[in-house]
Write a protein that binds this ligand. Structure first.
Ligand SMILES: Nc1nc2c(ncn2[C@@H]2O[C@H](COP(=O)(O)OP(=O)(O)O)[C@@H](O)[C@H]2O)c(=O)[nH]1
Ligand SMILES: [Mg+2]
Length: 196
């Protein structure tokens, strides 16, 4: 399977409603998570790029699905971050509608990567998303990121708490750091499994 994350990657387009989605002619991996969790940083690290995906100091800024083409046959999709309190309810509901219809209907989507902060407890919106994906039988991988901020002992302790909270097995998640790159190889290997 040609799935080389070392290949050239480029921004393709931002999608604000489902009519703007690119033709479903590539495998696709989507990245979801709360605003500021480190989604953009993770995608950049995965692709070994400094700033292909803008790392934002303004939480909640990304309101579109941002498509990046890797090589010839893989899209990475940066989904809008959720959980940012200052966003009006109307806009929140629009995002939810766009994201859920995209995830439910996108036939080329091979995995939804849900990114959470290893330091935090299980948050309601993360659990809601994970539970929904499971109920819809959507392929899912959890990434516990920012592990560089914890000592080795604390990492394992926190990971076990999150595993229990999400009700997942160790095989269903990866520990990661966009700062140090720890977990990058592991993440790529897992994603390759989804590609089949
Ligand atoms: N220490 C550390 N900081 C991170 C990591 N990932 C992201 N950050 C920081 O967290 C903030 C939000 O990152 P960003 O990628 O924009 O988050 P997004 O809103 O989920 O896309 C930025 O200040 C990043 O530098 C990580 O793995 N370790
Ligand atoms: Mg971002």
């Amino acid at each position: 399977m040609a799935f080389l994350l070392t290949e050239e990657a480029k921004f393709v387009k931002s999608v604000f409603n489902t009519s703007q989605l690119p033709a479903p002619d590539q495998m696709e991996i989507a990245f979801a998570g709360r605003s500021n969790v480190g989604k953009s940083s993770l995608i950049n690290k995965l692709l070994n790029r400094k700033n292909l995906v803008k790392v934002s100091s303004l939480p909640g800024k990304t309101q579109s699905l941002n498509f990046f083409l890797v090589g010839q046959d893989l899209y990475l999709v940066d989904l809008p971050g959720y959980g940012f309190a200052k966003v009006p309810r109307k806009i929140k509901n629009d995002w939810k509608g766009l994201i859920s219809s995209y995830i439910l209907n996108r036939e080329t989507l091979i995995c939804v990567v849900v990114i959470v902060d290893l330091r935090h407890e299980v948050k309601a919106q993360d659990l809601e998303l994970v539970t929904w994906l499971k109920n819809e039988n959507k392929p899912l991988l959890l990434v516990y990121t920012k592990q560089d901020k914890l000592t080795a002992n604390k990492r394992l302790h926190q990971a076990a708490i999150l595993d229990a909270g999400f009700g997942i097995a160790r095989e269903e998640r990866v520990l990661f750091s966009a700062k140090t790159g720890e977990g990058r190889e592991d993440l790529i290997a897992r994603l390759e499994e989804f590609a089949g």
